[in-house]
Write a protein that binds this ligand. Structure first.
Ligand SMILES: Nc1ncnc2c1ncn2[C@@H]1O[C@H](COP(=O)(O)OP(=O)(O)OP(=O)(O)O)[C@@H](O)[C@H]1O
Ligand SMILES: [Mg+2]
Length: 256
C-alpha cells in the first residue's frame, strides 16, 4: 500500500435484491486511522453495504480494495484474517458461554482461521489469550462479569461484549453497525469515549449510526446513503448544512 492511499476503497458497488436496488454505484473511501460515519434513512442500504465489505453479500458490480489488495469475492473469514472486523446490528455472540469464553474463542478463531470450542477448553486460566480477553472486557466496562453467561447481559452490554470480541482480533479496520442502538444515554456516552480511545491506537473505523449525537461526536467524515446511493460525503460541518441530506431525511419514511 502506498503512503496516502486510502485503507479502504470502494468503486461502483451495486447490489440488487429482486426488484429492489439496495446499492447503486456506491463509491466510498476511508483514510487510515480515521473514523468515517455512514448515515441515512431506514432501508437506505447501510447494513447491506457493510455486508458487502465483510464478504457476506457479493455485489453485482464494483470493486472493494483493502490495504491495496482486492477483497471482493473473498470469504468472510479470509476478510477477517486480512484485518477487518465487524460489530453487527444485532449482537452475534454465543449466549451460553461466559464473556471470557466469547472473547477467547474469537482470538482462537482469528489465530486458527476457524471456531473451535475444544481448543478453548485446553487453554488454562493463565494463558495469554485468556489474559488478554479479561483485559479487553475490563476496557469495555465488563470486567466484573467475566464468568457470567453472555445471555444474561442487557442489550447494551451485549454490544460492548461484541466490541471486545472484535477488538481481540486486532483489526486494522473496524466496522460498527449502530453500536449504540438500544443503549441509554449514559452507556452511549461511554461507548463514544471507548471508540475515541481505540482510535488513538490508529485503528480505522466505519460506523453506521442513527444517533446524530454519536455521529457528530465521533466522525471525521460522513457519507450519506439514501435509497442505495451516496448523496453526499464530507466533513461533519459540510453534511450538517447540506440541503440534499436534509431533504433525504425529511422525505424518508422514518427520519433518524
Ligand atoms: N437479504 C435481503 N433480501 C432482500 N432484501 C433485502 C435483503 N437485505 C436487505 N434488503 C432490503 O434492502 C434495503 C436496504 O436494507 P439495509 O438493511 O441495508 O438498510 P439500512 O440502511 O441498514 O436500514 P436500517 O437503518 O433500518 O438498518 C431494504 O429495503 C431491505 O429491506
Ligand atoms: Mg441497518
Amino acid at each position: 500500500m502506498n503512503k496516502g492511499e486510502p485503507l479502504l476503497e470502494v468503486r461502483g458497488v451495486s447490489k440488487r435484491f429482486g426488484g429492489l436496488q439496495a446499492l447503486k454505484d456506491v463509491d466510498f473511501s476511508v483514510a487510515e486511522g480515521s473514523i468515517h460515519a455512514i448515515i441515512g434513512p431506514n432501508g437506505a442500504g447501510k447494513s447491506t453495504f457493510l455486508n458487502v465489505l465483510i464478504g457476506l453479500i457479493e455485489p453485482d458490480q464494483g470493486s472493494v480494495t483493502f490495504a491495496g489488495e482486492p477483497i471482493r469475492g473473498l470469504k468472510p473469514y479470509k476478510i477477517i484474517q486480512r484485518g477487518i472486523a465487524r460489530v453487527f446490528q444485532t449482537p452475534q455472540i454465543f449466549p451460553g458461554m461466559s464473556l471470557l469464553q466469547n472473547v477467547a474463542i474469537a482470538a482462537v478463531a482469528k489465530r486458527d482461521g476457524q471456531f473451535n470450542t475444544k481448543v478453548l477448553e485446553s487453554l488454562g486460566p493463565r494463558h495469554p489469550i485468556v489474559d488478554e480477553a479479561g483485559d479487553l472486557l475490563a476496557r469495555v466496562g465488563l470486567g466484573d462479569y467475566l464468568h457470567a453467561a453472555a445471555e444474561h447481559l442487557s442489550r447494551g452490554d451485549k454490544r460492548r461484549l461484541e466490541l471486545a470480541v472484535c477488538l481481540v482480533a486486532h483489526p486494522r479496520l473496524l466496522l460498527l453497525d449502530e453500536p449504540t442502538a438500544g443503549m441509554a444515554r449514559h452507556d452511549t456516552n461511554r461507548t463514544i469515549d471507548l471508540l475515541k480511545e481505540i482510535s488513538e491506537t490508529g485503528m480505522t473505523k466505519v460506523v453506521i449510526e442513527h444517533d446524530m449525537h454519536v455521529v457528530f461526536s465521533l466522525a471525521e467524515r460522513i457519507t450519506v446513503l439514501a435509497q442505495g446511493q451516496v448523496i453526499a460525503t464530507g466533513r461533519p460541518e459540510e453534511i450538517r448544512g447540506n440541503p440534499r441530506v436534509q431533504e433525504a431525511y425529511l422525505g424518508g419514511a422514518h427520519a433518524a
